[in-house]
Design a protein around this ligand. Structure first.
Ligand code: DQA
Length: 147
C-alpha cells in the first residue's frame, strides 16, 4: 500500500467553526475526505494527523519518513516559528507540498514569512480547501501516478 501524510497544525481541528470568513466552511474531516478521494484511484492511502502540539507533528513526520511517498503540510501558526517542525521536514526525503487556506500574503505582516516553505516542493495558498486537492494532485503527478 502507498501512503501519504496529511499533516495539519494547531487550530486546524476546528475548521468550519474557526473564522469561516477567512478559512471557509469546510471541516477538517471534509478536507481529509477530499484528499482521500483524490488519491483513491491511484490506490493511495492517507495518514491524517492534526495536533495542537509541535512535538506530535514532529513525531508524525519522523514516523512517515520512510513509509510515505509524500506529504501535504499545513503548518498553521507553526509556519512562523516552528523550527523543530522545520527541521523534521528537512529530514523528510519525499516531496511535500505546503498548503495554507488563506492568502497569507494578503494578511498581517507576521504571516508573510514561512520558516517551512523554503523546504517544500511546492506551495499553495489562498484558495481555501481546494488547495489540499491540488496538493494531492501534485503529489500524484510528482510520483508519476496521475497517468
Ligand atoms: C493558515 C495561515 C496561518 O497564518 C494561520 O496561523 C493558520 C492557518 C492557513 O491555512 O491559512 O492557522 O495556515
Amino acid at each position: 500500500m502507498t501512503d501519504i501524510l496529511l499533516l495539519n497544525g494547531p487550530n486546524l481541528g476546528i475548521l468550519g467553526e474557526r473564522e469561516p470568513e477567512i478559512y471557509g466552511h469546510d471541516t477538517l474531516d471534509d478536507i481529509v475526505a477530499m484528499v482521500r478521494e483524490e488519491v483513491a484511484a491511484a490506490g493511495w492511502q492517507v495518514i491524517a494527523v492534526q495536533d495542537e502540539s509541535e512535538a506530535e507533528l514532529v513525531r508524525a513526520v519522523h514516523r512517515a519518513r520512510h513509509s510515505t511517498v509524500g506529504a501535504i503540510v499545513n503548518p498553521a501558526a507553526l509556519m512562523m516559528a516552528g523550527w523543530s517542525l522545520r527541521d523534521a521536514l528537512a529530514s523528510y526525503p519525499p516531496p511535500w507540498v505546503e498548503v495554507h487556506l488563506s492568502n497569507i500574503y494578503a494578511r498581517e505582516q507576521f504571516r508573510h514569512e514561512s520558516v517551512t516553505a523554503p523546504l517544500a516542493s511546492g506551495f499553495i495558498a489562498g484558495i481555501g480547501a481546494y488547495g489540499y486537492r491540488l496538493a494531492a494532485r501534485t503529489l500524484l503527478h510528482l510520483a508519476g501516478a496521475d497517468r
